[in-house]
Design a protein around this ligand. Structure first.
Ligand SMILES: [Zn+2]
Length: 403
């Protein structure tokens, strides 16, 4: 039997999908770094489902710095040379402020077509969509034109160190001829596919002057005045020099934003001798992030800020990986499938960054990031929409249909 648009939905059991996500929510999968026990119990739950359905599951465990084994599950279905991988993550963040939750974050509550609970949307919804698409493909009995690869990874929320970062290095697992999809960034209507990321540079600036009474400013060095002058000029310099636009990104330019400011003096009559400011930069991939950093360092040495001392510390520095071209096969395939099953055109966009796709793109593997859902990740009262979960599963399944 070949799956057609008409019968594809019949292969998905909504009730069972809801039941699986609900059970998953009840099994916490929080990083030891966030006070949890890791993903092992949830991984074994998922593994037992896959094995019950007749799939062979490979498990890659990586021991973290707390001595906890962090499991990653891999399943491959089909006997082709190439594989299309779906890569959801199984870990979740902690519940956060319990007062802000209307329901118990670890007891799934179903209301108005939504499943409430921690990790329901990030990334449980896509995980279940992918899981049931895989099963439906097997049940359909059709021979897919490309293997269905499912890699359910650990540790995504805290940097993927014991998840995809290690898994991409496993010999013979992923190949450059494979295709990759990370269902871990969404829009409410599912109308955008993420194909590119900006580089991220977070800097901390410490301005040291000399604290004095405000009535005798000439005896001191006002660190706040230096900081204001510095940022006013730096802001212009960066925006002028790094002014390129790339319409795929939202926003289309590099952004340089002064954000956090640490508390300085306690009184209105004290000239501050020390100021600490932070700058959040999201830089278009056409620029070398190290050049931006060199420019900022060079500028800080300008004699006009003397005798104040300016120190720059790097809080975060991540060069954007190669963007996935809009013409990449995975992007075309996804766009075609969404058009066919959902009836709309997917818009390729670039964002600030930060999914498992980064690690595939660093390897030069084109990767599409997509699913459908409101942006409620990491928030109290996080929910997944049952309709989105089922509709996305149809699209995932549609990616493997015979042409
Ligand atoms: Zn996520």
């Amino acid at each position: 039997m070949t799956t057609t648009r008409k019968n594809i939905g019949e292969l998905l059991d909504t009730k069972e999908m809801v039941d699986t996500l609900s059970k998953m929510i009840a099994i916490k999968a929080i990083s030891p770094k966030s006070g949890g026990a890791g993903e092992m119990e949830r991984a074994q739950f998922l593994r037992s489902i896959l094995e019950r359905w007749g799939f062979e599951v490979k498990e890659y465990d990586y021991t973290d710095s707390d001595g906890v084994k962090r499991p990653n599950l891999v399943v491959k279905y089909g006997d082709n040379d190439r594989t299309l991988w779906l890569v959801p993550h199984m870990d979740t963040v902690a519940a956060g402020d319990l007062e802000a939750w209307k329901t118990d974050p670890f007891t799934a509550t179903i209301r108005d077509g939504k499943i409430y609970g921690r990790g329901s949307m990030d990334d449980g919804q896509s995980l279940v969509s992918a899981l049931y698409a895989l099963r439906a493909l097997k049940d359909s009995g059709s021979n897919p034109p490309i293997n269905f690869g499912l890699a359910i990874v650990a540790d995504e929320e805290l940097g993927s160190v014991y998840g995809i970062e290690k898994l991409v290095e496993e010999k013979g697992l992923f190949s450059s001829s494979d295709m990759f999809m990370v269902p871990d960034w969404s829009t409410s209507d599912g109308s955008k596919v993420e194909v590119a990321e900006k580089s991220v540079l977070w800097l901390k600036f410490t301005f040291e002057g000399k604290q004095v009474h405000a009535s005798t400013p000439d005896d001191g060095v006002n660190a706040l005045r230096v900081a204001i002058k510095f940022f006013y000029r730096l802001d212009n310099l960066l925006h002028e020099k790094y002014s390129a636009r790339d319409p795929i990104f939202e926003p289309s330019v590099s952004t340089f934003e002064m954000t956090k400011h640490e508390k300085n003096v306690d009184s209105v009559n004290i000239v501050p001798g020390k100021e600490v400011f932070y700058l959040d930069s999201r830089i278009l991939p056409c620029y070398d992030i190290n050049q931006v950093l060199r420019d900022i360092e060079e500028f800080s040495k300008s004699p006009e800020f003397s005798p104040a001392k300016i120190t720059i510390d790097i809080e975060e520095k991540n060069a954007a990986p190669q963007a996935t071209p809009v013409s990449a096969e995975i992007v075309k395939l996804l766009r075609g499938t969404v058009k066919e099953y959902r009836g709309f055109e997917l818009k390729p966009v670039g964002i600030g960054g930060g999914t498992c796709a980064t690690f595939f793109r660093r390897k030069g593997f084109p990767t599409a990031v997509w699913f459908t859902g409101d942006d409620v990740a990491h928030q109290p009262n996080e929910y997944a929409s049952i309709e989105n979960m089922v509709n996305d599963a149809k699209v995932f399944l549609g990616l493997f249909r015979q042409k």
